[in-house]
Structure formats: structure tokens, C-alpha cells
Design a protein around this ligand. Structure first.
Ligand SMILES: Cc1cc2nc3c(=O)[nH]c(=O)nc-3n(C[C@H](O)[C@H](O)[C@H](O)COP(=O)(O)O)c2cc1C
Length: 376
């Protein structure tokens, strides 16, 4: 291994004492390949086992914590106890390869397709539809306070199931426009009760979810258990979350006893869009605000070993690899063995079997031009 990559392969001890063997994590990626009842398929398990050999931790595709929170067909479920054996199969397949297994958990809120949730009942903080293709026009039902409390509780229950299934941790998905982000967003959240209004009130729901998840860990885990939180830094809509809002949220999150924060980005080096110094990268601003209180995971279009080595120079603790591991499951091992020049950076369109892709996932990623490099 070349010395310039040593930093990537150093272990790191999370605040709760758990050691992650290196600085690369598999980024969460929905794979559309679970059974309709939310159980994992053998092909999905094989896909994860293949990619869990090199990285320090695998963050799974997102799993829904209630039936009404489902966001995609073929999603992993963690909304009822009968799914625990299936979740256990997934956790074991990841851990047996040496990576920590982290289950990403969410409720899709207004981003749920109506045909994926019982009675087509799409819910959200307010009855404002998402301005995104695919969901455009679905007017969600505004959640009642009781409905909100039930969802907060469901995050704790999902955490208990992850613990019982043998996962090493959960990542709370507060990013990419789903329910937790919707509560923080002045676009999606027009409430005037304790869950909406000024920025502090818009933090009420995300913080209540974190509390409930941490409470479940205290109650049910008999060994340290990782709790991470993922967020998206900015929304394009007006009104919408600004970089200024996110820095305030991150300032609060940094003191909440989390094991890591994870910023969701398409491009690691992207700059702030508004309400912050727009000449600086989001990563720089986040690292400055966090000020080493909690480790940060960064991600986004870092395809080569040099891309990641350069990103690590910012002082960030972890790098998430998403599409990179779809394209090349041996990404990390190639650096370890000094063969980083052989890392593939475009998808081999004949590689479905060789790369251990489940059919539904392969169909999705090869049908969207430009989503994964190599797919035109
Ligand atoms: C096929 C696919 C599915 C994704 N699903 C999720 C998801 O379930 N949860 C999530 O937080 N991000 C999801 N993402 C975003 C990735 O975690 C990551 O932030 C993004 O792909 C940029 O990183 P990359 O350039 O390393 O791929 C997904 C991305 C892809 C390509």
C-alpha cells in the first residue's frame, strides 16, 4: 500500500468506544430488491456480503419503520417483530465479512408513493406536496399530534429490532427529503404547534426521534450500539432549508451523544448555496461548526483512491462510498494491496452476475442514464 493512503486505512474509535477498522463506509443505497413483505432476499444478502469485506462499516439501504412510512418498492422492512429473523440474516452477512452493520431507518413522509402505503395514506408534517418528479401532485395528509408521537415511538421500536437482530447500529435518515427532514424544512412544515414554526420548533421532531432511539439503546442494548444521523445540508426550494439552518441544526446535534453525523451530498466538494459563506465548501463549514465534537461522514462522487485521499485532507473522519462500491466491490482491498490503479470507475454493463447485483437493482440502475457512471 502506498503511504499516501495510510490515513484511509487507520482505525477510528467512535464516541461509544466501538472501533471502526478503517475510514470508509458503504453509503446507504436503496436496492429495490427485498420481498414485498419487507424480508430480505438471498440475492440482496449476497450483494451486501460481497461489499462488506473492505469497508469499516456498511450502512444498509433505508428500512421503513412503519407500514405508512414506506418509500420504495422492494424496501427492507423493520416495522414489525416478525422481520427480526430477516434483519438478523442481513446483519450476519455484513458482520461475517468484518464490517460493522448499520441499519438505516426512516419514514418517507410525503415522498411515499401512494401505492406503497396502506390505503394510499401519504402523511407529512403539513399538506404540502413535494416539488419532486414522481411524487408531484400527491397532497399528503397532515399528521395529527398523536400520529407524530406514534412515529417517534416507532423509531425506538425499529431500533430495538435492529439490536435484537444483531446490528451494530442504526443510522437515523434525516436527509434526502424524507419525513425527518420534512419536519426541519420550512417548505414541508407549516405547522403552528410544538412541531413547527421557528427553527427551534422545527428541530423538535428530529430531536425527539434521536431521544427515542437513544432511549431504546439504553433499554435494550447490552453492549455499545452505534447511533448515527444523516442530514441534507440544503433544499433548493424557497422557502427551504438553508446552509445557515443546517449549521444551527448541526451545532445542536453535535452535543446530543450521537456516534457520528453523516452529510448527504452528491459532490463532496460542493459549496454552500445560501445563508453561509458561499465561497466555502459545505464540508469545510460543517467541520468548523462541529469542531471535533462528533465524527463526520462525507460522501459524493469520490471515485478514485486519490479522490478519497484528497477528501480526507479536510480533516473529515469518514468517507462514504456509494456508487463506487456498486461499480467496484473490491474498492478498498485494491488500495490495501497496492492495486489502486485497477479500481474501476465505470459500471461494466455486462457485469451483473460478476458484481453480485440482485435483478431488480440492476434493472433500476441501468435504466437511468448518468446515475451511475458507465450507464449512458
Ligand atoms: C442507487 C442509490 C440508492 C440510494 N439510496 C439511498 C438511501 O437509501 N439512503 C440514503 O441516505 N441515501 C441514498 N443514496 C445516496 C447515497 O448514499 C450517496 O449519498 C450518493 O450516491 C452520493 O455518493 P456516491 O457518489 O458515493 O454514490 C442512494 C444513492 C444511490 C446511487
Amino acid at each position: 500500500m502506498q503511504t499516501k493512503y495510510t490515513a484511509l486505512l487507520e482505525s477510528y474509535q467512535l464516541p461509544n468506544g466501538i472501533e471502526i477498522k478503517n475510514r470508509m463506509m458503504m453509503a446507504p443505497m436503496t436496492n429495490y430488491s427485498s420481498n414485498p413483505d419487507g424480508t430480505v432476499t438471498d440475492a440482496e444478502v449476497a450483494y451486501y456480503a460481497r461489499r462488506a469485506k473492505g469497508v469499516g462499516a456498511v450502512i444498509t439501504a433505508v428500512a421503513n419503520i412503519t407500514p405508512g412510512g414506506k418509500g420504495f418498492p422492494g424496501e427492507i422492512g423493520c416495522d414489525r417483530d416478525e422481520l427480526i429473523p430477516s434483519l438478523a440474516q442481513l446483519a450476519k452477512s455484513i458482520k461475517s465479512q468484518g464490517a460493522k452493520a448499520i441499519l438505516q431507518i426512516f419514514h418517507a413522509g410525503r415522498m411515499s408513493p401512494s401505492d406503497q402505503v396502506p390505503d394510499g395514506d401519504v402523511t407529512a408534517p403539513s399538506n404540502i406536496p413535494a416539488e419532486r418528479a414522481g411524487t408531484l401532485g400527491v397532497v399528503p395528509r397532515e399528521l395529527t399530534e398523536t400520529g407524530i408521537e406514534e412515529i417517534i415511538e416507532a423509531f425506538g421500536q425499529a431500533t430495538r429490532r435492529a439490536i435484537e437482530a444483531g446490528f451494530d447500529g442504526v443510522e437515523i435518515h434525516g436527509a434526502n427529503g424524507y419525513l425527518i427532514q420534512q419536519f426541519f424544512s420550512p417548505h414541508a412544515n407549516r405547522r403552528e404547534d410544538q412541531y413547527g414554526g421557528n427553527i427551534e420548533k422545527r428541530m423538535t421532531f428530529p430531536l425527539a426521534v434521536i431521544d427515542n432511539v437513544q432511549h431504546a439503546v439504553k433499554e435494550y442494548a447490552n453492549a455499545p450500539f452505534i447511533v448515527g444521523y444523516r442530514f441534507s445540508p440544503e433544499e433548493p426550494e424557497t422557502p427551504g432549508i438553508t446552509m445557515g439552518d443546517t449549521l444551527q441544526l448541526v451545532h445542536v446535534l453535535s452535543d446530543r451523544g450521537l456516534d457520528y453525523l453523516h452529510v448527504s451530498l452528491q459532490h463532496f466538494w460542493s459549496k454552500a448555496r445560501r445563508e453561509a459563506d458561499t465561497s466555502r465548501t459545505r464540508i469545510e463549514l460543517l467541520l468548523e461548526t462541529i469542531n471535533k465534537r462528533v465524527p463526520l461522514v462525507g460522501v459524493g462522487s469520490l471515485y478514485t483512491a486519490d479522490d478519497v485521499a484528497e477528501a480526507m485532507k479536510t480533516g473529515i473522519e469518514f468517507i462514504g462510498l456509494g456508487r463506487e462500491l456498486l461499480i467496484d466491490p473490491e474498492w478498498v482491498q485494491k488500495i490495501e494491496s497496492g492495486n489502486e490503479a485497477d479500481i474501476n470507475t465505470t459500471l461494466d454493463l455486462n457485469g451483473k452476475e460478476a458484481l453480485d447485483f440482485p435483478d431488480p437493482f440492476w434493472k433500476v440502475i441501468t435504466s437511468v442514464p448518468g446515475w451511475v457512471p458507465g450507464v449512458e
